[in-house]
Design a protein around this ligand. Structure first.
Ligand SMILES: O=C(O)CCC(=O)C(=O)O
Ligand SMILES: [Fe+2]
Length: 316
């Protein structure tokens, strides 16, 4: 497949050929049946990761097109499907093909669709959900496998989303650092990201998003610092500045210098891609090997996106 060669020469998230994952196998199967292959157009958008996809309709998606999407998802880490028009039910039906949907433990979902978060920034809002590098829901025991976000009201400029390839973040560390990190675990918590001052108090009256201050905010969970992706078999760095608070069995002060180095390294420009939204764009990313951040640079414009996340495995 031409794209596969092209993608691998770019050094982007190559798909491990011996992947044992069932969704991955469907992707491989589709490639061996050229007669039935749909006309889906996948264009890489940066050297490190990311692709833009045209020629699919998520409202009526056949299995062959889905297999192509899964294949691109594994190879590029973040993909944007342009020109979609989907209802909340169609959004959930598409995301469910990747696994069970999550109900966010802290952010309220839509009435009638608890799995869908409306990420709303009104014109003049100070708040933009998701600003700061992170991997979605890493503060939970089984963090999100992927996030599927539908852009509905998009500013004329600004409000892009940045992504960073965490396979590359791991692979570009020295052998000594990799060896040390391989043996470490880290504590993740939402306690700084979702405290009352950063949600309820700060944004009181200034955002339509609402938060539940459940015990999920204060709870802590331990994950390996380097995780193996269950589908691709590749190792990826798995610490992020929004939710990783310290190394296991160390204090926050002791952990800080090395964590700060890793956070800076993990978001290096040459590991990134940038997705510019359009109305009707559906962007999905793999939280097991990608970090992302929203950009809060569209003051004065309304921005509305709907997000669904799919439950993942316990990182290993
Ligand atoms: O709105 C964005 O650009 C991304 C927000 C975010 O972090 C997310 O949807 O998980
Ligand atoms: Fe996020």
């Amino acid at each position: 497949m031409a794209l596969g060669c092209e993608a691998e020469s770019l050094g982007v998230l190559p798909h491990k050929p011996d992947s044992a994952n069932s969704v991955g196998e469907k992707g491989m199967a589709a490639r061996s049946q050229p007669m039935t292959r749909p006309a889906i157009d996948v264009q890489p958008i940066a050297g490190a990761m990311g692709a833009e996809i045209h020629g699919v309709d998520l409202a009526s998606l056949d299995d062959a097109s889905f297999a192509e999407i899964v294949d691109a998802f594994h190879r590029f880490g973040a993909i944007v499907l342009r020109n979609q028009k989907i209802s909340h039910d169609q959004h959930k039906t598409f995301a469910r093909r990747f696994g069970a949907l999550e109900v966010h433990p802290i952010v309220d979902g839509l009435a009638g669709h608890p799995e869908i978060i409306k990420m709303h920034k009104a014109a003049g809002d100070a708040a933009t959900f998701g600003v700061g590098w992170h991997s979605d829901n890493s503060f939970t025991e089984r963090p999100s496998l992927c996030s599927v976000v539908y852009g509905v009201t998009v500013p004329p400029f600004g409000g892009d989303t940045l992504f960073a390839n965490q396979y590359l973040a791991y692979e570009t560390l020295s052998a000594g650092m990799r060896r040390m990190l391989d043996g470490l675990s880290a504590v993740h918590s939402a306690k700084y990201a979702y405290t009352a001052p950063t949600t309820v108090d700060k944004y009181e009256g200034k955002t339509t998003m609402s938060y539940r201050h459940t015990e999920a905010v204060q709870s802590e969970v331990v994950h390996p610092v380097v995780r193996t992706h269950p589908d691709t078999g590749r190792r990826a760095l798995y610490v992020n500045p929004m939710f990783t608070v310290r190394f296991a069995d160390m204090t926050e002060a002791e952990s800080r210098p090395l964590l700060d180095f890793l956070f800076r390294h993990a978001s290096r420009e040459d590991f990134q891609c940038r997705i510019r939204w359009q109305e009707g764009s559906v962007t999905m990313w793999d939280n097991r090997c990608v970090q992302h951040t929203a950009l809060d640079d569209c003051q004065g414009f309304e921005r509305v996106h709907y997000r669904v996340t799919v439950e993942g495995d316990r990182p290993q």
